[in-house]
Write a protein that binds this ligand. Structure first.
Ligand code: FE2
Length: 394
């Protein structure tokens, strides 16, 4: 998809702000990775000073810097760029407090940086950054999908990251212009009931689920932000006509509409539906919580199909950032072995830095041929929403 430079920043703000506003009033856009996760493992640590609100609307949390005593004098070479950085940093986060505050606290403790985090959904934070423009207090935009980073980058508001930071992550999971970098990977998956289906029953393309053989067996969550990004990917890769026909075909197959991905996974486990379209980590989290096996598995496409999309949560530094050094230290930390392990183990996402183990129950990224797409191009959410409305899904 080509960048449409004729779209004004005001139009984009209106679109993003509309999404954010609508998501508060009605389930047009559900957070993905925030509210629809089970309460679980990523509770803030004691270093958080915040008496913060719960996820959802924009809350602000502050991580206090640790005492200087916690900063070792001789930090080994190759360790993340923490040490004594000091100062402060403001992060606008589309990732929920529940998922990331703990790792933000660890960064604060390791670096001596006081971190203020404003939480909201990703579209809302992108809209805020565009609206605030030159006067935005944000140093970093930490988004849960690449499309929102692309939207902010397209407006010239993200600065180029240092090459050694970019090089930590494969090219397919970062901005081709070096303006944002993926922090963790989020694969699209078909979650299926193992008593009804085996892997060989899954068709070779996600687009094939329009076959009537799938009538009344599927579930989806059209309000889910990651689903919408996946539809945008089909639009970008195959064109609007194919995307629309796919949506109509799945709809006409009687796919059950769920509020979020967790509900889809639960319905698959309970045998209410045979399969559903989700992000991979929802099942991983339910498996971890169950502490035993469940009759469901993820099928992750690995053949370059539009269904093989791996989106990222990622971060960029604002051109207007007043705390550049702290911002770079934050991104380096999020790509450090400690933080990458946190994302692998606590949020059940894919680590994106080599050498950090992926959950053995997941297909390794090296075996997934992702579709040939610049994740920045997932920015065109408005046209996807319009299509979903036209097809009667929103
Ligand atoms: Fe999600």
């Amino acid at each position: 998809m080509n960048t449409n430079r004729s779209v004004s920043r005001r139009d984009i703000i209106r679109a993003l702000a509309g999404l954010a506003g609508a998501s508060l009033a009605a389930p047009v856009l559900a957070a993905c990775g925030g509210e629809d996760n089970p309460a679980s493992t990523a509770a803030p640590t004691a270093t958080s000073q915040a008496g913060t609100g719960s996820g959802g609307s924009a809350a602000t949390a502050t991580s206090a810097a640790a005492t200087p005593a916690s900063t070792p004098a001789g930090t080994p070479a190759g360790a993340p760029a923490t040490g004594t950085v000091g100062g402060s940093l403001t992060v606008y986060s589309g990732r929920s407090e529940q998922l990331i505050q703990a790792i933000v606290d660890q960064f604060a403790a390791a670096s001596g940086v006081e971190v203020k985090v404003r939480y909201g959904d990703t579209a809302e934070m992108a809209a805020a950054i565009l609206e605030e423009g030159q006067s935005s207090p944000a140093d970093i935009f930490f988004a849960q999908d690449a499309g929102a980073l692309g939207a902010v980058a397209r407006e010239g508001l993200l600065a180029e990251l240092p090459a050694d930071v970019l090089d930590l992550v494969e090219a397919r999971f970062r901005s081709p212009d070096g303006l944002w970098v993926g922090i963790s990977g989020r694969a699209r998956a078909v979650v299926y009931n193992t008593e009804r289906l085996s892997e060989s029953d899954i068709p070779p393309s996600i687009l094939d689920f329009t076959d009537p053989v799938w009538k009344d067996r599927l579930g989806w969550a059209p309000t889910n932000a990651s689903f919408q990004a996946a539809v945008t990917a089909i639009r970008v890769l195959r064109g609007d006509d194919v995307a629309r026909a796919w949506l109509e075909g799945i709809r006409d197959n009687g796919a059950r509409v769920f509020e979020n991905n967790n509900a889809i996974v639960s319905a698959v486990i309970d045998g209410e539906i045979d399969a559903g379209f989700v992000n991979h980590y929802y099942l991983m989290r339910q498996l971890a919580e169950a502490g035993g096996d469940l009759p469901a598995r993820n099928y992750i496409y690995r053949n370059g199909d539009p269904g093989a999309l791996v989106n990222v949560a990622g971060a960029g530094i604002l051109t207007t950032a007043k705390n550049q050094e702290q911002a770079i230290a934050f991104i380096r930390y999020m790509l450090s072995p400690e933080a990458q392990t946190y994302f692998a183990e606590e949020t059940h996402e894919y680590p994106l830095v080599a050498g950090v183990p992926t959950d053995p129950n997941l297909v390794p990224l090296s075996e997934i041929q992702t579709p040939d797409i610049d994740l920045s191009d997932l920015a065109d959410l408005e046209a996807t929403l319009e299509m979903l409305r036209d097809v009667g899904l929103l």
